[in-house]
Design a protein around this ligand. Structure first.
Ligand code: DGL
Length: 274
C-alpha cells in the first residue's frame, strides 16, 4: 500500500449520502485531492444506533478504505465522529479526522455572547461531544443542544425549500431562539443543505457553523503539516470514486443533485467482509 504518498486519495465515509456535503467541501477547497467516498447505505441511519455499533461499522469502513490506499481518512458523519473518532484515530497508522472537533473549535471562537446552539442526530446530541469540546475551548460558554432527527429524511426527500420543512425548523429551533444563541452548529451531514432555511428561521444575527467546511480546512492544514498535500500533477484520471454498501437508486439521484459530477459509476461492496 502506498501510504504516505501525496498522490494517494483521501478516504471519506458516512452512513449514506449526507457525507457528500463534506466531500463537496473537500472538492471545492482542496481541488487537487482525489477522494474515495464510502456511503454505508445498507446500514443507515447511524444517528439512532449505539456507540458500540457505530465503532464497529467505522472500523470495518476504515479497513475497506485502507484497501484503496488512502493517505488520510475523514469521518464525514457527525454521529460516527462523535462515537468513533477517539477509538479509531491513527488506526493502521493513517491520520483520521472527524467533523466534530473542527466545528466545535470554530463555534467557540465565533460566539460573542457565550451562548452556542448545537443541532444534530440523537446520537450526536446524546453524546454531548460538541458541548464538551466547546466548553473545553472556553468553559464559560453555555451550550444548548437539540436533536432534529426529522431534518434527515426531509433533506433526502429534497424538501429543502418546502413549507413543511420550514414548520419543522421553526418548531425545532424555537428553543434556540428563546435561549438567544448567537452561534448555531449544523452538527449533522444533512443540515448544511438546509442552511438558508435555518438561517432565515434563526435570523441574520446568528452565525451558522458548518462542520463540513471546517473539516475541509482542518484536512488542508493536516496534509500540509504532514507533507501529504497532492501537488496536482496527475490530471488525467477522474479524481473521485464512490462506493456504497447498498446500491440504492436514491444515492445516485441525491448525489447528482448536490455534486457537479455524475456518480453513475458508484460501486457496491460487501462491507461486512472487512
Ligand atoms: N450522517 C449522519 C450524521 O451526520 C446523519 C444521518 C444518519 O443518521 O445516518 O450524524
Amino acid at each position: 500500500m502506498d501510504r504516505g504518498s501525496a498522490e494517494a486519495p483521501i478516504g471519506v465515509f458516512d452512513s449514506g449520502v449526507g457525507g457528500l456535503t463534506v466531500a463537496r467541501e473537500i472538492m471545492r477547497n482542496l481541488p487537487a485531492e482525489h477522494i474515495v467516498y464510502f456511503g454505508d447505505t445498507a446500514r443507515l441511519p447511524y444517528g439512532s444506533k449505539s456507540r458500540e455499533t457505530i465503532v464497529m461499522f467505522s472500523r470495518q469502513i476504515i479497513r475497506f478504505l485502507q484497501t484503496q490506499d488512502v493517505k488520510a481518512i475523514v469521518i464525514a458523519c457527525n454521529t460516527a465522529s462523535a462515537y468513533a473518532l477517539d477509538e479509531v484515530s491513527r488506526e493502521g497508522g493513517l491520520p483520521v479526522i472527524g467533523v466534530v472537533k473542527p466545528g466545535a473549535r470554530v463555534a467557540a471562537e465565533a460566539t460573542k455572547n457565550g451562548r452556542v446552539g448545537v443541532i444534530g442526530t440523537q446520537g450526536t446530541v446524546g453524546s454531548h461531544i460538541y458541548r464538551d469540546l466547546i466548553q473545553k475551548n472556553d468553559p464559560r460558554i453555555t451550550v444548548i443542544e437539540k436533536a432534529c432527527p426529522l431534518f434527515v429524511p426531509l433533506v433526502e426527500e429534497r424538501w429543502i425549500h418546502d413549507p413543511i420543512t420550514r414548520q419543522v425548523a421553526e418548531r425545532y429551533l424555537a428553543e434556540m431562539k428563546s435561549q438567544q444563541v448567537d452561534t448555531l452548529v449544523l452538527g449533522c451531514t444533512h443540515y448544511p443543505l438546509l442552511r438558508s432555511m435555518i438561517g432565515e428561521v434563526m435570523g441574520s444575527s446568528v452565525t451558522l457553523v458548518n462542520p463540513a467546511y471546517e473539516a475541509a480546512q482542518e484536512l488542508k492544514r493536516l496534509l500540509e503539516r504532514e507533507g501529504l498535500a497532492n501537488p496536482g500533477t496527475d490530471e488525467k484520471e477522474f479524481p473521485y470514486r464512490f462506493f456504497v454498501s447498498d446500491l440504492a437508486e436514491n444515492f445516485k439521484e441525491f448525489a447528482n443533485s448536490i455534486l457537479p459530477y455524475d456518480v453513475g459509476m458508484t460501486q457496491k461492496i460487501d462491507i461486512e467482509e472487512y
